[in-house]
Design a protein around this ligand. Structure first.
Ligand SMILES: [Zn+2]
Ligand SMILES: [Zn+2]
Length: 341
């Protein structure tokens, strides 16, 4: 019998289609032979030597060799405008706000072909450090209330440029999705006096059915009511509402943790397209006891279709427990793939 599971953080229901469940390896991408990307593309605005094509640079993080590892630049096709005031207008039933905000691109390294899964751990930490430094600075701008950091990898995930990059959009409003999750977490805290995420993390580590890996500071797991195959969350083990509260020591561990997870997806499922996003409490709620920031990694292995759009309910064809077991056993780097033959 299929099973409906409730996502306690959103109250949404998911159909776990155990009857037509697929073995995780059936979702392997099996790409037709594609030409590997070159490590340098002369027309790419993010490749070294073309820095003048991505005009405004906000931050540059160099590696020990003195060359840049991460650059943060203005998005040439920004969704929001950096200048002006977010004036709110209410006119009869219509509400509008001037489209003020920031839209930045984090270029994740000089090599055009090296996706996160193939980078050294400490390079991934440099990318995460760029996120944190921009998050901190932008959060101090009084016009900004919500900062979203995300990555689109591959065309099915919405990436339009090949060169590895992620993005940050800072908006003058808090979205309904974020508000809703904050409210649900607050309701749980009011009733039980504890963070709903801390409670879940302790339970998941104890049950050990959906945990992919545990490091000094983070736990990687498949959510119980996972909406799509291989949706994977990375939670800090210490309670923290805001991404802005992460320490440098934790960022070093997170570089290793995120790289390892993306490596397992890359080698285990043949480089699937994916999105990831940092889900943090808005900065005005930094320090609250009821919310817990995390990273959500969503491989794009299946398509969202009519039922999902019409009902807001997802059908997941891979058991989260089976996905966790698959990822626990998947090799995370080239050396171990070759050793396994
Ligand atoms: Zn490039
Ligand atoms: Zn917590």
């Amino acid at each position: 019998m299929p099973e409906l599971r409730q996502n306690r953080f959103t109250k949404e229901w998911v159909i776990i289609a155990t009857e037509r469940a697929k073995r995780p390896e059936e979702l392997k991408v099996n790409r037709p032979e594609v030409k590997p990307l070159p490590s340098y593309s002369p027309t790419c605005p993010f490749c070294p030597g073309n820095e003048q094509l991505a005009p405004t640079e906000f931050l540059r993080i160099n590696g020990p060799d003195g060359k840049w590892r991460a650059r943060v630049v203005a998005n040439k096709f920004a969704a929001l405008s950096r200048e002006g005031e977010p004036t709110r207008k209410v006119e009869k039933s219509k509400r509008t706000i001037n489209g003020v905000g920031m839209h930045e691109v984090i270029i994740e390294g000089p090599n055009h072909a090296l996706t996160t899964a193939l980078l050294p751990d400490d390079h991934v930490t440099s990318i995460l450090t760029a996120y944190k430094l921009r998050y901190d600075e932008i959060s101090r701008d009084p016009r900004i209330t919500q900062v979203t950091i995300f990555k689109n990898h591959g065309t099915a995930a919405g990436a339009s440029l090949e060169h590895p990059h992620s993005q940050l959009i800072a908006a003058p409003v808090i979205s309904h999705q974020v508000r809703d999750r904050m409210f649900e977490a607050l309701r749980h805290y009011d009733e039980f006096g504890e963070c709903i995420f801390c409670q879940m993390i302790a339970e998941e580590i104890d049950e050990n059915a959906r945990v992919v890996m545990v490091t000094d500071h983070f736990v990687v797991l498949e959510p119980f009511a996972s909406p799509t195959p291989f949706t994977t969350h990375i939670y800090p083990r210490r309670h923290m509402a805001s991404f802005g509260d992460v320490s440098m020591e934790e960022l070093a561990d997170l570089g290793h943790t995120l790289r390892t997870l993306l490596g397992k997806l890359y080698f285990g499922l043949d480089d699937p397209d994916f999105n990831y996003t940092v889900r943090t409490a808005p900065s005005e709620n930094a320090g609250v006891k009821y919310y817990h920031w995390h990273i959500s990694v969503i491989p794009r292995l299946t398509r969202v279709a009519g039922f999902e759009l019409g009902s807001g309910m997802f059908i997941n064809t891979v058991l989260p427990e089976a996905a966790a077991e698959f990822l626990r056993n998947a090799n995370a780097d080239k050396a171990s793939v070759e050793k396994a033959g």
